[in-house]
Design a protein. Structure first.
Length: 218
């Protein structure tokens, strides 16, 4: 995270330096977020203002020892600093395409459930898009977990892992209907019909361009 912060600082200033040299420009980015100053003023016991966070991270960056509790505090402060910068960067981004993950991993109906489960766990995916009869659906972690675990014995669970997604659908695995959006759709309009479902961004030919979830829009 610290290396990424330095890279952003170098990009903003057009020169290689240290966190001290980058503070002014990074602060300008963070200032677009209410988390930088306004919220900490209102809740000083719960939020650290940008200047203080930056000082804590910058000082820790120059220390030699990053272990145990010290390292955990550094990591927490760095995450809080990044959340402010991210909010500042995205403050004026209103289109769903600004938040979507492009070229998402998809599932295929011929793939075994075991592979789909593996991909979801390995990459911490809550949803995997899949196209069924030219319509986009989503494999959801909670639906898959319920289907795999509501069996009478281990042998039945093993059988369910071995069958294809298409066969699993015929055996009761429910797929989720996503919210379908286009590149330039406004985030507020998409969220109005979301109800917690994943959002698939497609072009006019229904080709999948990206995926977003309510978590991405926080």
């Amino acid at each position: 995270m610290l290396l990424a912060l330095e890279r952003v600082g170098a990009l903003l200033t057009n020169r290689i330096g240290d966190l001290g040299r980058y503070k002014k420009r990074l602060k300008e980015v963070g200032a677009h977020s209410p988390l930088a100053q306004q919220v900490p003023k209102k809740h000083p016991a719960l939020h650290i203002p940008f200047d203080k966070l930056y000082e804590l991270v910058s000082d820790a960056r120059n220390e030699a020892m990053h272990q145990g509790v010290y390292a955990r505090h550094l990591a927490r402060h760095a995450i809080e600093l990044f959340l402010i910068l991210e909010d500042g960067l995205m403050n004026r981004s209103n289109c769903i395409s600004d938040y979507m993950v492009t070229s998402p991993v998809i599932a295929e109906s011929w793939q075994p459930v075991s592979l789909i489960r593996q991909r979801m766990l390995a990459d911490s995916f809550s949803f995997l898009p899949v196209q069924i009869a030219r319509e986009w659906k989503v494999v959801a972690d909670y639906k898959l977990a319920k289907w795999l675990r509501t069996v009478s014995n281990d042998g039945e669970r093993k059988d369910r892992l071995n069958i294809t997604l298409d066969a699993a659908r015929n055996m009761g695995l429910e797929l989720v209907d996503p919210v379908i959006a286009e590149n330039e759709d406004m985030v507020s309009n998409v969220l109005a019909k979301c109800d917690g479902r994943p959002i698939l961004v497609v072009d006019r030919d229904r080709r999948l361009l990206g995926i977003a979830t309510p978590y991405d829009l926080l």
